[in-house]
Structures are given as structure tokens and as C-alpha cells.
Design a protein around this ligand. Structure first.
Ligand code: 2AM
Length: 182
């Protein structure tokens, strides 16, 4: 397939948890499913999205790679200390009660660079979360399962991933990553 005829890829920038954080997130998902049911996200699919871009051409993908390589944000510690459930999409998620300022800076710098390069930027408030379970039904539950221990990970990498839509749900594939540096 030539560059011109290559199918668009559906891509997003995200933070990918390390192994210890994945263990903790999977344990939280297990507790969530016991309470609310639903479909667990596979271990390989757990991530925190910073910017969903959508379908891009090969030339746009190059632009995304370039802008990601030029970001200057130092690594930081992320602590996920909250579970939540959204009734509109029935997602059970892990997030932060307070978003760390470094994560906010990474989000802001990425959003600025995307807008400057002509990519549409979601204007809705940023709700950083890791989707743990889809189709969860927590509405009738007395309370959400708690995160017994906050999930911590050292965020030192920015990831560009592809979302491949399949009948069984989206599959995510890491395309590239960049070390964070201040
Ligand atoms: P979600 O887990 O809350 O569904 C890839 O689809 C990633 O981008 C997911 O983390 C998804 O969040 C997020 N995302 C944000 N906006 C999206 C959109 N408009 N369409 C699909 N995914 C979106």
C-alpha cells in the first residue's frame, strides 16, 4: 500500500501504566466486576488517554510523531486514588481526586501543540481516567468498590496508540513512545 492509499489510522495519545500499576488496576477491576458486573478491559488495554485524535492520514501521523518528540515535560508521579462510574457510557474507571500539576502541564502542552498543528482539540474539561470495566451497572449498588490502596506509577513516557475497532470491542496497539524530559 502506498502512503496515499494507506487506510487512515484511529489514534490517541495516552499514558501506559507500568507492571505494578497494572496489577493494582486489574485487582480494582476484579472488585468492580464483583459488585457491578460488566466486561473487564484486558491488561494490555489499560491506559489513561490524554488526547483522542481520531482517524489520521500517514502525513498527519508523521506530524503527530514530530510534535510529540518536541514536548518538554519532566517525568512525574501519578496517584490514582478514586473509582468512579459514569451512567451515560457505563464505564467503571480509576482516576485522581486531584490531578497532579505535572500531568496537567503535559495535557496542556500536548493540547497546545495539537491545536497549533491543526488537530481538533476536545473542548470538554479533561477527565483523566483509566477505563477498567465496560457495561458496568453500578446504579443499584449501595457504593462503588473502593480503591483499597492508591495506584501509583512513575509516568516517564508518552505513548501514541492506535484504536482498532473490532466486533468484540476496540483493540489498542502501541505505535510509538517518547521518554518525558523537562
Ligand atoms: P474511554 O476509555 O473512556 O472510552 C481510545 O478510544 C481511548 O480514547 C479510550 O481511552 C477512550 O476513552 C478515549 N476517547 C476519548 N474520546 C474518544 C472518542 N471521541 N472516541 C473514542 N475514544 C475516545
Amino acid at each position: 500500500m502506498t502512503e496515499e492509499t494507506a487506510a487512515p489510522q484511529r489514534v490517541f495519545f495516552a499514558l501506559w501504566p507500568d507492571a505494578a500499576a497494572l496489577d493494582a488496576l486489574e485487582a480494582a477491576a476484579t472488585a468492580g466486576i464483583a459488585r457491578c458486573g460488566g466486561r473487564r478491559m484486558g491488561r494490555d488495554s489499560l491506559h489513561l488517554t490524554l488526547a483522542f485524535i481520531g482517524a489520521v492520514s500517514p502525513a498527519q501521523l508523521d506530524k503527530l510523531r514530530n510534535l510529540a518528540g518536541q514536548l518538554r515535560v519532566a517525568p512525574f508521579d501519578l496517584m490514582l486514588d478514586q473509582l468512579g462510574w459514569w451512567p451515560h457510557n457505563r464505564i467503571l474507571w480509576a482516576g485522581c481526586q486531584a490531578t497532579p500539576s505535572c500531568q496537567r502541564r503535559l495535557f496542556d502542552e500536548l493540547s497546545f501543540a495539537l491545536a497549533a498543528a491543526g488537530f481538533p482539540v476536545d473542548q470538554r474539561p479533561h477527565s483523566p481516567h483509566v477505563t477498567l470495566v465496560r457495561n458496568a451497572r453500578c446504579a443499584g449498588c449501595e457504593s462503588l468498590p473502593v480503591l483499597e490502596t492508591p495506584v501509583r506509577w512513575r509516568v516517564d513516557t508518552l505513548t501514541l496508540a492506535e484504536s482498532c475497532l473490532q466486533p468484540s470491542g476496540a483493540r489498542y496497539r502501541v505505535l510509538a513512545h517518547w521518554p518525558l524530559r523537562g
